[in-house]
Write a protein that binds this ligand. Structure first.
Ligand SMILES: NC(=O)c1ccc[n+]([C@@H]2O[C@H](COP(=O)([O-])OP(=O)(O)OC[C@H]3O[C@@H](n4cnc5c(N)ncnc54)[C@H](OP(=O)(O)O)[C@@H]3O)[C@@H](O)[C@H]2O)c1
Length: 371
């Protein structure tokens, strides 16, 4: 149904005269003067020009937060723009104007936005190809929470990980934004999840809210390797078919050692490098860097194991592939995401600090008035 919805063209009136006469408008954005510290992030008012040809202007009602936003503001994310920038990779809102040549979207339409930075804004101009119609029964918060983390889960679990029915799949940070979407993907595929989390409270949350078997949830602390073995025993399995990991650090080697032959380790982040302060702690970074796990590719040959790594930024630079990727994602994960925390747009820094603390479940969103 969602696939059909994405293919259908809106019954829009002619686009010929919409935005050409649209005036520039004022907007509020969270802009950082330069990457390095969250303290450099300020709420400012600036002028937004009318949408250029091929663009739509979206009034934003909700912004989805990602762990990458914090890495970007701290200067630890390789894709971060040089100089001042507005963080934020996704949002949802209403189209207020369209530029010349826009044919698939119309004014008044409710859309999800995938944007390469620029998401922490109450209005933005974005290329037509980066907009998707919102499922009609989703809230703006749910729609803003969906694109990045669902695409990440689809790409890592199904496309790269090749998880299938009955695959044994370890998901790190399983109660987080990407993690819950990964569990949804595994549910659709009828695969067997082993969820790893950082605290007992998250373990209890997954049992109560997601109905996961207690034996299949591991708290990544003392006796982590033995707990992984016990979780495998729950499924009478001897190894993981897929590991989906954005924690890295000490979490890596015990999971890699338990990959089954033909198993695929999908690595897509290093949350373990994150500190608690506004700016990165150089000593912690250096220590984590020196202690980082290292693999010998030759040693992988007799073990028949593989390591794959990805950054979603690469995927959305492949503009021609994005519509198909989003369709596949919505087919695999058709339900709305879980919102764990909501903040007013003006409290973006509080929201980022909460996410940075590592105790959130599901998605953190910023909300703006809809009226
Ligand atoms: N490569 C890509 O394209 C891509 C795309 C999207 C996301 N990601 C990565 O995927 C991961 C999840 O992203 P998300 O936005 O959904 O965030 P999230 O999972 O909602 O939050 C991050 C989680 O990381 C875990 N964590 C481990 N070490 C930590 C530390 N030192 N400080 C804070 N948290 C720590 C915590 O969960 P537990 O303690 O329960 O594990 C925390 O809740 C992030 O690492 C992100 O960078 C990568």
């Amino acid at each position: 149904m969602l696939g059909c919805m994405l293919q259908s063209r809106p019954t829009a009136p002619s686009n010929s005269d919409r935005s050409r006469g649209a005036p520039a408008r004022q907007r509020r954005v969270w802009r950082i003067s330069s990457a390095g510290s969250l303290r450099n992030l300020k709420l400012v008012t600036e002028t937004l020009p009318p949408p250029a040809p091929g663009e739509a202007q979206v009034r934003v009602h909700a912004v989805g937060l990602n762990f990458a936003d914090i890495f970007a503001c701290q200067g630890l994310y390789s894709a971060t723009p040089k100089g001042p920038f507005v963080p934020g990779l996704e949002a949802a809102g209403t189209i207020e104007a369209i530029g010349a040549g826009v044919v698939t979207r119309h004014v008044g339409e409710r859309v999800m936005v995938l944007t390469r930075f620029g998401g922490y804004a109450d209005a933005m101009n974005v290329p037509e190809a980066t907009l998707w119609p919102m499922p009609s029964d989703w809230s703006f918060a749910q729609a803003a929470a969906y694109p990045v983390q669902a695409l990440t889960a689809w790409y890592g679990i199904e496309r790269l990980g090749n998880a299938r029915k009955d695959s044994i799949v370890l998901v790190q940070s399983a109660a987080g934004g990407v993690g819950l979407q990964a569990l949804q993907a595994l549910h659709s595929l009828e695969a067997k999840p082993i969820a790893v989390v950082g605290s007992e409270s998250k373990r209890q949350w997954l049992i109560a809210e997601r109905g996961l078997a207690p034996e299949a949830i591991v708290v990544r602390k003392a006796l982590y390797p033995a707990k992984l073995d016990a979780a495998l025993q729950h499924y009478r399995a001897s190894g993981f078919d897929v590991v989906f990991d954005a924690v890295y650090g000490d979490a890596f080697q015990p999971a890699f050692d338990r990959l089954a032959p033909e198993g695929r380790y999908v690595l897509f982040g290093a949350a373990d490098f994150m500190g608690r302060g506004a700016r990165p702690n150089p000593l912690r970074l250096l220590s984590n860097w020196l202690r980082r796990p290292k693999l010998d590719p030759l040693a992988m040959i007799p073990l028949n194991r593989g390591l794959l790594a990805f950054n979603l930024i690469w995927l959305w630079e492949q503009a021609a592939r994005l519509p198909e990727s989003m369709r596949a994602t919505l087919a695999l994960i058709p339900s709305p995401p879980h919102i764990g925390a909501r903040f007013a747009f003006e409290r973006a820094i509080d929201a980022m600090k909460l996410l940075q603390g590592g105790r959130t479940t599901g998605k953190v969103v910023l909300e703006l008035p809809v009226d």
